[in-house]
Design a protein around this ligand. Structure first.
Ligand code: IVH
Length: 666
């Protein structure tokens, strides 16, 4: 290929990827599989690396972010980012409507655009000649931080526009974190001993200010755009401009409505006050805007808020219920988390029986006592939280709650480290929930991916066959057969999956060890930089902190982990079982299946289904149980049922034989 052909090829791939990106993230109607998309992106990456002269700051490859440290420059907004007046009651909305009519004249007809008030963090993005130019946070409304690299990782935000857009304009919107992503992120943070985010809004704003855009990309933020500024907007109607912006490639909410009376505004509010719980993200109210831009200009500002718009804030739904008791849970790191057991109550469409209490400080601050009636609220999180106490209903003889001083599981004295919110049980060697928690972490999917659930770990632990994570590799078939519920086949499957785990890459083994603050990303960084476990064992805190992205907290934790003789003993036993304690560069680059969704069916000649399932996971694929249009591969053994085959043909899914599958991964 000559240079011109290469340039054409690169542009073609960029256009096609941008189109698929739009179909998937804006329209939610993908027309190719994730796997094919990733392959196309990889192809483009390869061309771009080889021919850097064709660099483009808006290529789809920038969506994955980079490890370079972001420096946030401050810039002044071309149009200040205003705030909105708030109201919590419909009376005040009526006043807002009257105020407007008094200014523009009672006989002038006009419309309102009613929109959801997304609960995230505001962003303003400038586009020039149809290309993403710069994204800036709200800051103080006058000037904000340039966070372009981070915003470019949000796949629903277009980098290149289509259609008939103005030459230069700004579009504003809200960056949000959907509930599913938020819950997953917090679960991971808790697993790693990090403080969870209080709500999706904090998580979104925290993510936007992260120094490493590759990390931002992993957080899978989303965004809705809701406001345009510029000289040559297509229409005088704000609502119509948003609709037109949709055709340029922006994600504009469908859940908006143009109305002519304040009564219709009330209807919109009442509808969403109930329906909001069904949305996959948080909204905290409704924004009401005068639709005509001419009228907006006529109405102008009061202070820093426009006179032509207002937000109606929903009251966070709260219920009061009785606090029956408190459980103190012991995590794998020994961290104690208090959880409230409540009298069952309906809240935001679900029955609530438990609520997080976070830590001793929060209990003290809210002065929560047993048998109190407490107020419970629900945001994007799975488990709701207690936000206050109804003191009028307090029992006369109640006394402040005494936080536990000893571990509920092993009775050792709890310790609270200076500057930390949580209490810890330090009996790491003998405290059962800590040991079992470490085992559950060790076998988890992102770690050693051993097919062994919580119940089996419990049984193996109670039987005395597992005392620490290294014992997995010394289990015998006789021992497993001794356990209730295990037969010949299930015992073999467990042993096979333990055997396969020995091939898990060093970074996964490192993650599986369960070092505090060492999640899978940190484990990857450590593996990449230190290469072998011996290098890590021998390194100093100083040397660790010299590594990109390793701060003092992680460095101290890693250093201390390897100073513990029991940890070293466990590592040596794992080493004798031939786990991977050195980086294998080839392995790292071999995330071959790259998230491909694979359904397996029929019987296989050389491998059991369980083995194949484990290999799929090990090579970065996802094993899915039933065929759907999002399936990437159908791995067909012998005797596949005709109805399954019919579905595979209908959805045009690629079929792989056992041999083809092995040639793909090996
Ligand atoms: S319009 C001048 N529309 O609410 C009007 N804002 O308190 C500019 N917000 O900072 C804002 N959803 O972060 C507008 N549909 C929506 C919104 C919205 C959420 C946020 C935005 C703004 C804050 C105002």
């Amino acid at each position: 290929m000559n240079k011109e052909d290469i340039h054409k090829k690169i542009s073609g791939l960029r256009d096609e990827l941008a189109k698929h990106n739009y179909n998937y993230y804006v329209l939610s109607q993908p027309t190719i599989s994730d796997f094919d998309y990733d392959m196309m992106l990889k192809e483009l990456e390869k061309f771009e690396q080889e021919f850097p002269e064709f660099y483009d700051s808006n290529s789809p490859t920038v969506r994955v972010g980079s490890d370079k440290t972001n420096k946030f420059l401050q810039v002044k907004h071309d149009y200040p980012m205003l705030s909105l007046g708030n109201t919590y009651n419909l009376e005040e909305l009526k006043d807002f409507d009257n105020r407007i009519k008094r200014i523009i004249g009672f006989d002038i007809p006009f419309s309102y655009s009613c929109e959801l008030k997304f609960d995230g963090t505001a962003i303003s993005i400038k586009y020039k000649n149809g290309k993403f130019l710069q994204a800036v946070t709200r800051g103080d409304g006058e000037q904000g931080d340039v966070v372009s690299e981070n915003i470019k990782t949000i796949r629903s935000i277009p980098l290149v526009l289509s259609g008939n857009y103005p030459e230069l304009f700004e579009i504003r919107g809200e960056v949000i974190m959907p509930h599913s992503i938020f819950n997953q992120l917090n679960a991971e943070r808790e697993e790693n001993g990090e403080m969870p985010f209080a709500n999706p809004r904090n998580a979104a704003s925290g993510t936007i200010k992260m120094k490493n855009s590759a990390e931002v990309a992993k957080r899978k933020l989303d965004a809705f755009l809701y406001f345009l500024s510029g000289e040559n907007l297509p229409s005088d109607s704000h609502y119509e401009n948003l609709e037109t912006a949709k055709s340029w490639g922006f994600k504009i909410s469908e859940d908006k409505k143009r109305v002519n009376t304040i009564e219709e505004v009330f209807q919109f509010i009442n509808y969403w006050d109930k329906e909001r719980y069904k949305l996959p993200y948080d909204i905290d109210g409704i924004v009401i805007k005068v639709d005509s831009i001419d009228l907006q200009n006529e109405l102008g500002l009061t202070g820093k808020s426009p006179r032509w718009a207002i937000s109606y804030k929903f009251k966070a739904e709260q219920v009061s219920t009785k606090l029956l008791s408190i459980d103190y849970q012991v995590g794998r790191t020994g961290a104690i988390t208090p959880v409230a057991n409540l009298e069952a109550v309906q809240l935001a469409g679900t029955t609530v029986k438990r609520a997080t209490l976070h830590n001793a400080d929060i209990i003290k601050e809210l002065d929560i006592r047993l048998n109190d009636y407490v107020f419970v609220e629900k945001g994007g999180e799975i488990i709701p939280k207690i936000v206050g106490v109804d003191e009028t209903k307090r029992e006369l003889n109640s006394s402040p709650l005494k936080y536990i001083t000893h571990c509920p599981a092993c009775r050792s004295e709890l310790v609270r480290i200076e500057g930390e919110a949580l209490h810890y049980c330090q009996n790491t060697l003998n405290c059962p929930p800590q040991i079992k928690g470490k085992m559950e972490h060790f076998v988890s999917r992102k770690a050693m991916n051993i097919n062994c659930g919580e119940a089996t770990i419990n049984t193996l632990y109670n039987a005395g066959y597992l005392t620490d994570i290294s014992d997995f590799y010394f289990l015998t078939k006789e021992q497993i057969l001794n356990l209730e519920g295990f037969k010949e086949k299930s015992s073999e499957n467990l042993l096979k999956s333990i055997e396969i785990s020995k091939t898990a890459a060093f970074e996964r083994v490192l993650y599986a060890l369960g070092i505090r603050f060492t999640g899978s990303t940190v484990a990857k960084i450590l593996a990449k930089n230190f290469k072998t476990i011996d290098n890590l064992i021998q390194t100093s805190i100083e040397e660790l902190t010299l590594t990109d992205e390793i701060g003092i907290r992680i460095a101290e934790s890693v250093y201390q982990f390897f100073r513990n003789s029991n940890n070293i003993r466990i590592i040596n036993r794992l080493r004798s079982s031939r786990l991977q304690f050195e980086i294998n560069e080839e392995y790292i680059t071999k995330n071959i299946l790259n998230g491909a969704k694979i359904v397996i069916s029929g019987t296989f000649k050389n491998n059991s289904r369980e083995e194949i399932k484990t290999l799929i996971e090990q090579y970065g694929g996802k094993n899915i149980s039933s065929v759907s249009k999002s399936t990437d591969y159908f791995l067909a053994g012998e005797n596949v049922g005709p109805s399954k085959m019919e579905k595979v043909t209908k959805f045009n899914i690629r079929i792989l034989s056992e041999e083809e599958f092995f040639s793909l991964i090996r």
